[in-house]
Each structure stands twice: as C-alpha cells, then as structure tokens.
Design a protein around this ligand. Structure first.
Ligand code: NAP
Ligand code: ZN
Length: 348
C-alpha cells in the first residue's frame, strides 16, 4: 500500500502538522479503506495531551472512521470494493479468550489492539483515522447502512457504540427513566438512542445553553446542574444515569438522583480519580459501573438500529488544518455536537 497523507501530533499537546503514514499491503483477510471522514472524540484529546498515560508519538489519532473499500484480500468475504464501511476504537484482538469468543472484543484479556496510540500484534505502532487510508482485518470492519451518510456516520463508530452498549446492557426500554449527563459528542447520541429504546430521557447539562437542541433530539426534560434546585427536584428519579462527562463530577450528588437499585454508569473517562461516600450507595442499594465502547457484533447492531430509527449525530464538518482549534472548542463544550474531519482536505 502506498504512503497516505495524514496529520500528526509530533509530541504531547503540540499542534498538529501535516505528515504521511505507511499502510501495509493488504493481507489475505484485510480490507483497505479510503477514509472519507474521521470524528474527533474527546478520547483523542485526552491521548494527544498525554492525560491518561504516556502515549506513543508522533500520534495520528482517529477512531471514528468512515470510508469506502478500495481493495480486499483474497480471503475477505463480507466486503467488496466500493462498499461503505467504518472502523472504530480497535482493529484486532486475541480472538481466543472467552470475551473475544463472546463477541466482546473490547474486553479481550490481552487487550484489544487500539486503532492508534498502540501496537499491532506484529509490533507496528498503530495510526488512526486522521489520514487518507487504513488497512484493517475484515473482522474489525463494519458496514455503514446505505441510508446513513458517511460524514454523519463517523461519530457512531465511537460515540454511538459507547452509549448504545450500556443502554442495552442495563435493559433500557419502555418505562425506564434515564438521565444523560453531558450534552457533548457522546451525550447527544445517547439522548437519541435512549429515546428510540423507549425510555423517558432527561439531560443533565452544566447550563441550559443546549436545551433547545436537546429537546429537539428527543429529551423529555433538560436541567442545568449549575442550578442548585435541580438536585432537590430530581432526587430519587432515575433507574440509570449515563455519565458522559470528560471531567470529574460530584458523584454523591448524582447518586442522590437514582431510585433504589439504580445505577450510575460511567463512560466519561476523566483524568483524576472520582470519589464518593459509601452511604450514597448503601441508602438505596445503588451501583456505580463503567462501560467500554462495544464489540464488533454490537457495533453493527447499533449502526442498523440507528439507520432504522433515523438516529443521526449532529456534526460540524472541519478541514484538516482546523483540528487544533476544534480541540479547544471541544474542551470548552462548544462543539454542536461532534467535529468531523473531512479527510479530502488532506489532498491540498
Ligand atoms: P465531549 O464532546 O467533550 O462531551 C463531554 C461533555 O461533558 C461536554 O459537552 C459537557 O456537556 C460536559 N462537561 C465537560 N466538562 C465538564 C465539567 N467540568 N463539568 C461538568 N460537565 C462537563 O466529549 P465526548 O467525546 O463525548 O467524550 C466524553 C468522555 O467520554 C471523554 O472523557 C472520553 O474520553 C470518554 N469516552 C469514553 C469511552 C468509553 O468507551 N468508555 C468512549 C468514548 C469516549 P455540557 O456542555 O452539556 O455540560
Ligand atoms: Zn472515542
């Protein structure tokens, strides 16, 4: 495979610069993809800024990838040249452990191979979707349904599956009372999915600045967590709270909003540890949990579900030279609601 244009962060927190990435020749079970769009997930920002762990630099982030198949290896059966496809947060796993066998590759005991900022099984550093092409093993590629455009589909590859998976796991459906904390990239998709699953959906945002869009996307109620009375009014209301916030919350206050047996599920991954009082759980047999993206089977299920229910991320399309600015806007909670890089701008 040829060299492909990309942008890279040369060192932690440094501005992006134009670069190139070498992609491997497709192996028998590989799919080569011309990338069209790459979403900017807050996890990209955490990793470029070395907030979670020391990363591998230069780094080419991007794990919300959509594009078109440009070539397939001879053993590939599910995809053909020209197909619309997507790639999410990981591109391989051991394939043998109990979790891989169950189709939950995100919990692979050896650790799934991350799409970027990791090493593939052959020892090569992985580079993600802020680039024009990628080569991925067939089993880690999903089909994008025809009625979802590739730009709008991109955020589903991480924000979509990261919110769909816990909502399904905790059996959200008709009669469930669900709160989504944080109306960002993940949160605004979570609102749509929870609503389509039949839940009564409340958004808990820092302010009411995104209320109109939240209600339009399907929320039944919208509250500002900056207003003190919110916590009194909503005390004991929810079966499930899905926390998508990238920063630490006052966990006890959110636990007070759960009904008996309710669960606070963290998908947001702040840098510092959270703290809470045991009494906040004991008083109502409550749980705190977490969830990590989702497996390949469930990712395909989520894409088909979104196509069927008309669920679409609301995106801001940006050029490859606008990524530093977009990162600032994401950290300031200003993007509505996912910035997506138009990878064609890497041609210039
Ligand atoms: P995002 O677009 O920045 O959205 C996060 C939202 O959290 C913001 O829009 C904001 O919503 C709220 N928020 C931000 N700072 C806050 C603060 N100091 N206090 C209270 N609320 C605050 O980020 P994202 O891409 O959705 O990702 C969110 C988090 O999920 C990140 O930590 C990311 O790494 C993590 N993540 C985890 C997984 C997983 O598998 N578990 C997968 C993907 C992402 P309002 O403006 O409405 O307040
Ligand atoms: Zn992500």
């Amino acid at each position: 495979m040829p060299t492909t244009n990309a942008i890279q962060a040369p060192s932690p927190g440094a501005p992006f610069e134009r670069s190139t990435v070498e992609r491997r020749e497709p192996r028998p079970d590989d799919v080569a993809i011309d990338i069209a769009f790459a979403g900017i997930c807050h996890s990209d920002i955490h990793q470029v800024r070395n907030e979670w762990f020391p990363g591998t630099f230069p780094m080419v982030p991007g794990h919300e990838i959509t594009g078109t198949v440009s070539a397939v290896g001879p053993d590939v059966t599910k995809f053909a040249v020209g197909d619309q496809v997507g790639v999410g947060c990981f591109i391989d796993s051991c394939g043998e452990c109990e979790y891989c066998e169950a189709g939950e590759e995100q919990f692979c005991v050896q650790g799934p191979v991350p799409t970027y900022n990791g090493r593939d099984h052959d020892g090569e550093v992985t580079y993600g979707g802020y680039s024009q092409a990628i080569v991925v093993k067939e089993g880690f590629v999903v089909s994008i349904p025809d009625d979802i455009e590739l730009d709008v589909a991109a955020p589903l590859l991480c924000a979509g599956i990261t919110t769909y998976s816990p909502l399904r796991h905790w059996n959200v459906g008709s009669g469930s009372k669900v709160a989504i904390v944080g109306m960002g990239g993940l949160g605004h998709v979570a609102v749509q999915i929870a609503k389509a699953l039949g839940a009564e959906v409340t958004v808990l945002s820092q302010s009411l600045s995104k209320q109109e869009e939240g209600l339009r996307l399907g929320a039944d109620a919208y509250y500002a967590t900056s207003e003190r009375e919110t916590f009194g009014e909503l005390r004991g209301s929810f079966d499930l709270i899905l926390n998508t916030v990238s920063a630490n919350l006052k966990v006890d206050r959110f636990l007070s909003l759960l009904r008996v047996d309710g669960t606070l599920v963290n998908v947001g991954a702040p840098v510092e540890p959270d703290s809470y009082r045991a009494f906040s759980l004991i008083g109502g047999r409550k749980s705190i949990a977490g969830s990590n993206v989702g497996g390949l089977r469930e990712t395909q299920e989520m894409l088909d579900f979104c196509a069927e229910h008309g669920i679409a991320p609301q995106i801001e399309k940006i050029g490859a030279d606008d990524v530093d600015e977009a990162y600032e806007r994401v950290t300031d909670s200003k993007v509505r609601f996912r910035a997506v890089i138009d990878v064609a701008t890497l041609d210039d």
